[in-house]
Design a protein around this ligand. Structure first.
Ligand code: URA
Length: 176
């Protein structure tokens, strides 16, 4: 299930250039979930094509796979104004699309606090849950969930960078 190209389910429709749909391979069942499209994503219409996407793609390459082998998506499909965090009501409006993407997943990777809050209901510190696989409920199914840092949070932080690298390596094992 995908949003209509003129979706108006929440206020983010007012500022977007276009809706940013999932990108990559839905068949491996490995799905990375970020927060929301940023400026580059809004212009190109693909998730994670800006600075964060380059970090992610480089780490995947180092671990021996490419972004085209996994599915990459966001909790909301439209760019929030000035890249602010998506609001709970915006995430709730987009939830039906995210749930249909995640329903059959083998492993969902939550990139950063927003994704982990939305999908796990987790409000605490990322360092307490990072790289600990848990389960989340997607409609009537339990789906394996791997919480980790957002690539943007790894730019100036060596510890979170190493943790994200570990996540990417864990995913490489799942792909084998
Ligand atoms: N950050 C995100 O969370 N998602 C994107 O698509 C790009 C940057």
């Amino acid at each position: 299930m995908r949003p209509d190209s003129d979706c108006r389910l929440c206020g983010l429709c007012e500022g977007r250039t276009q809706i940013v749909l999932p990108d990559g391979n839905p068949d491996t069942g490995i799905i990375f979930v970020g927060e929301a499209p940023g400026e580059n994503e809004d212009l190109e219409g693909r998730p994670f094509v800006g600075r964060s996407g380059k970090i992610l793609a480089k780490m995947m390459e180092e671990a021996g796979y490419g972004r085209s082998e996994v599915l990459i998506t966001n909790t909301v499909k439209c760019r929030p104004p000035s890249n602010r965090d998506p609001k709970p009501e915006e995430m709730a409006a987009c939830r039906q699309f995210l749930e249909s993407e995640l329903y059959d997943a083998k492993l969902v990777i939550g990139l950063g606090r927003s994704a982990c809050r939305d999908l796990m209901g987790y409000e605490g510190k990322m360092d307490e849950v990072v790289n600990k696989i848990t389960t989340i409920r997607v409609k009537d199914r339990d789906v394996r969930f791997l919480p980790t840092y957002h690539p943007a949070a790894t730019i100036y932080n060596k510890v979170s960078r190493e943790e994200l690298r570990k996540t990417i390596a864990m995913v490489a094992e799942e792909l084998r």
